[in-house]
Design a protein around this ligand. Structure first.
Ligand code: GLY
Length: 444
């Protein structure tokens, strides 16, 4: 089976790794940067921007691709899945209209309202800053300010984290509207939900949802959740599929919400096929939806895809044939800790083009997995790009051991201008999360 994976990040390296484990697969890649991990796994690759649709479709046709998988959100928004499908290439990723669940936050909130899907937050969109100010003044709560469209995870500003008080809130509201941040002269304002966030990824064939273990990502750049928002500095998951602060019942509330969303999309004639990602927050009022993404998470894909025991291509085939069943998906019961290595200055001004040295042989001996991200291979050197460079994933029965393995693996990576959030998956940070959730539950 000829499989094309679009995207050159660590998430796509993890997707390629899952594909390559299938004996049925012959792997092709389209990526913007020469990812050394994907280069090793693919029998052939095309270096191309992931939104250059005609070139990608023509490559897929030339290579007789049977199944295409799309990692990042930008090509989904640009309609790559639609064009591949139009050209008779089976695609395990949503079409442009279904991907609006991620690419248009106003549309997502409206869908939740129309179909009375649980987990909604108080919200409203504005084109006029004065009306936005009235909403903020009247709402007896702090707010989150969100551009409508894609911003690479960096456009959301939250009270207390990114600004304080109405004057600072209004300065960002005005900036988003005037500068059309996220593509529209519009802003979405939501009540700030207080609690612990968790990610729930699932496969769906448009009707059935097969959920994967819950994961917690760390969006802030610096230890102890300080500093600017990033695409995600690392993440962990637990062997039982839950998180130290998340009960089975709460996990299932998240799954039910995803099921409602998939049903709503089908009713809207926007049947959704592929991986889906719910970003939830556990509050004193139960599970609420922060956002929904039309793809695997990055880094969260790296926590779950290595644990798949079922052939990934069998899952893709089931998604395409509408025969997906939770029972058919086996997942190894292990804990995982993923830590990203990023260039110094990432999140503000990255030091790109700096060499990064990876002792792959020593790293393999630690038992960790290695996923390359925004790096470029040049004359046998690996150079940092402006985004996250690579990730290591420790996998073990216990979270504590998985964390130690990820740290051992990090000692095999050298470079003068690199940064890592070493606190991810540590006992200290986990205990802080558990305490936080205990306090919140106490406020009920
Ligand atoms: N981990 C955040 C994202 O994938 O959007």
């Amino acid at each position: 089976m000829n499989v094309l994976v679009v995207g050159g990040g660590a998430r796509e390296h993890a997707i390629c790794d899952a594909v390559a484990r299938s004996e049925q697969a012959t792997l092709f890649s389209v990526m913007n940067n020469l990812n050394p991990g994907i280069e090793k796994l693919a029998i052939e690759y095309l270096l191309k921007k992931e939104t250059e649709i005609p070139e990608i479709v023509s490559y897929a046709k030339k290579k007789n691709i049977d199944i295409a998988l799309i990692g990042p959100e930008a090509p989904l928004e640009a309609g790559l899945a639609d064009e591949l499908i139009k050209n008779d290439i089976q695609t395990c990723a949503p079409r442009k209209n279904a991907a609006r669940i991620e690419t248009d936050k106003e549309w997502m909130r409206n869908l939740l309202t129309t179909y009375k899907i649980p987990g909604q937050l108080q919200h409203q969109t504005f084109t006029d800053p004065a009306e936005a100010q009235r909403f903020i003044d009247d709402l007896d709560a702090e707010v989150a300010i969100k551009p409508i469209g894609l911003t690479g995870g960096k456009g959301v500003h939250v009270a207390g984290d990114h600004f304080n008080g109405t004057t600072e809130a209004m300065a960002y509201v005005t900036e988003v509207i005037q500068n059309k941040i996220g593509g529209a002269a519009k802003v979405l304002i939501e009540e700030k939900a207080i609690g612990e966030e968790f990610t729930l990824q699932a496969f769906t064939d448009g009707h059935h949802v097969a959920p994967l273990p819950a994961v917690q990502d760390h969006k802030r750049l610096l230890p102890d959740d300080k500093g600017p928002n990033t695409g995600g500095m690392g993440s962990y998951s637990c062997a039982n599929g839950l998180l130290p602060f998340l009960t089975k019942q709460e996990y299932h509330q998240g799954v039910t919400i995803l099921q409602h969303i998939i049903q709503a999309l089908a009713q809207e004639q926007n049947t959704y096929i592929g991986p889906i990602y719910g970003q939830f927050i556990l509050t004193s009022q139960g599970v609420k939806i922060i956002e929904v993404n039309a793809r695997f998470g990055d880094p969260e894909a790296m926590n779950v895809l290595p644990l798949l025991q079922t052939d990934f291509l069998d899952i893709c085939t089931a998604m395409l044939n509408t025969t997906l069943s939770t029972k058919d998906i086996q997942i190894e019961k292990k804990s995982t800790v993923c830590k990203y290595v990023v260039p110094e200055g990432y999140g503000v001004k990255s030091m790109a083009g700096e060499p990064i040295y990876v002792n792959e042989e020593a790293l393999r001996k630690t038992g960790a997995m290695l996923f390359y991200a925004s790096v470029n291979k040049k004359d046998d050197h690996i150079l940092t790009g402006s985004s996250r460079s690579l990730a290591v994933v420790g996998i073990h029965d216990t979270l504590a051991k998985a964390e130690r393995i990820s740290e051992q693996a990090l000692t095999c990576i050298k470079g003068d201008h690199l940064f890592i959030r070493h606190d991810i998956g540590t006992k200290q940070l986990l205990e802080k999360r558990i305490r936080h959730m205990k306090e919140i539950r106490g406020k009920k």
